[in-house]
Design a binder for this molecule. Structure first.
Ligand code: ADP
Ligand code: MG
Length: 421
């Protein structure tokens, strides 16, 4: 299928109201429209959904979108329905639907109305669904959050590993689109191998976030006082402070409050109502700071978060990148500060000691990388990007001076000792 520029742009305008593609979107979409397998690696917020939504709307048949979370699927379906007169243009197929609803979904698919069908991997693997889908016209299968396939990713989902087999049963030569924000070469290899997409064209965007400033401070017993000082210096700005434990979250939120800082706690131990109340307070800027476990952040889009503090070292560079990535979404400043003490690393190791050996090995390897990050005297941006398989010029690259090591290089002798160690 060959398309004039204007066709693609007018479809973008017509369906989404955007006048320009973002980053690699146009190239990705052209590749998908030519029925090739496609692998898309873009940071969160890069605009991956549109990469499969637009071609799905343009192509004949129904595109299946595999996604791990019902909440994510619902958001997307609502958004797509919002751009069309036809309610049936997008559907979610899951076990919570009534018989009548399932019938309607199937009818819409058979009648060619449904362009996007969102399913969780658990639903896709159900015999009755496979039987139905193998007899209808499919345009392609998009596997969103494809890192769920890999044990090296931050969100391993065993059911994702069965997808290839299912897709084979749905028909011959159905194009596959894999999408993820996980940039590590290990995870990418796993995805390509597991989805059998060795011929896929790979589109990888840069993961550099030049407006983020990276800093690591040694963690002492005065860490709380240090955090209070930092937050007060940034008064009126929005920030997230991540802690490892729920207990610490509640304690620190209280310490901040006592010191006149408007802060709320957030962790998965609160009931849903309390969680959404605190989340909304942060989003509506009734409070400046949310102190949270990593339960906070998925799908939260506050563009002007000005700092992300890690009270405890995170479990991998990958997680650190995701969590700090919530700062400076609007392109403005974003200060990413992590406190580091080796005894926290030992704590994390202890957490893992009850887990299966394979999982422990992976966990420890990831942990060693974040330790190396915390202890390095080189450009932190270079370190992170190198971890993601990306070269970075620490002299002239974008954001080269935006970290503590770049601003205050350690004396040569000290740096040398570190290398030897
Ligand atoms: P990802 O899945 O890569 O994290 P999303 O698909 O959720 O990112 O998109 C992030 C945001 O970017 C959304 O608000 C989306 O509407 C917006 N977006 C996507 N493509 C464009 C575009 N071409 N122009 C403007 N905004 C876009
Ligand atoms: Mg996405």
């Amino acid at each position: 299928m060959s398309l004039m520029n204007t066709d693609l742009h007018s479809s973008l305008k017509k369906y989404f109201g955007f006048s320009k593609f973002k980053g690699l979107q146009e190239d990705v979409i052209r590749n998908i429209l030519s029925d090739n397998d496609t692998f898309v690696i873009m940071p969160t917020g890069g605009g991956k959904s549109l990469c499969y939504q637009l071609p799905a709307l343009m192509k004949e048949g129904t595109a299946i979108v595999v996604s791990p979370l019902i909440a994510l699927m619902k958001n997307q379906v609502d958004a797509i329905r919002g751009i069309s007169e036809q309610h049936g243009i997008a559907h979610v197929l899951n076990s919570s639907l009534t018989k009548t609803e399932v019938k309607q979904v199937k009818e819409d698919i058979v009648n060619g109305v449904t362009k996007l069908l969102y399913v969780a991997p658990e639903s896709l693997t159900k015999e009755e669904n496979v039987d139905f889908l193998k007899n209808v016209k499919l345009s392609f299968v998009a596997v969103d959050e494809a890192h769920c396939i890999s044990e090296w990713g931050h969100d391993f989902r065993p059911e994702y590993r069965n997808l290839r087999g299912i897709i084979n049963r749905l028909g011959d030569n159905i194009p596959i689109i894999g999408l993820t924000a996980t940039a590590t070469p290990k995870v990418q290899e796993d995805i390509i191998k597991n989805l059998g997409m060795t011929d896929a064209k790979v589109f990888k965007a840069s993961f550099n976030r030049p407006n983020l400033f990276y800093e690591v401070r040694p963690k002492t017993k005065d860490v709380d006082a240090d955090i209070i000082r930092f937050v007060k210096q940034n008064q009126g700005k929005s920030g997230i402070i991540y802690c490892l434990s729920r207990k610490r979250v509640e304690e620190l939120a209280q310490v901040l409050q006592v010191n006149g800082i408007s802060a709320v706690p957030y962790h998965a131990g609160f009931d849903a109502k309390t969680r959404s109340k605190y989340q909304d307070m942060f989003l509506m800027e009734e409070v400046d700071v949310v102190v949270a476990t990593i339960a906070f952040g998925m799908g939260i889009d506050k563009p002007d978060v000005r700092f992300v503090i890690h009270h405890d070292i995170p479990k991998s560079i990958e997680s650190y990148y995701q969590e700090t990535g919530r700062a400076g979404r609007d392109g403005g400043e974003g200060h990413c500060l992590a406190y580091y003490a080796y005894k926290d690393v030992e704590k994390l190791e202890k957490f893992m000691s009850g887990k299966p050996v394979a999982e422990q090995e992976i966990g420890n390897a990831l942990l060693q990388e974040i330790v190396a990050y915390a202890e390095t005297s080189m450009s932190r941006r270079k370190f992170i990007l190198h971890y993601f398989g990306e070269d970075f010029d620490e002299v002239n690259g974008e954001g080269a001076d935006m970290d503590d090591n770049a601003r205050n290089p350690k004396p040569k002798e000290e740096a040398k000792e570190e290398v030897v160690k």
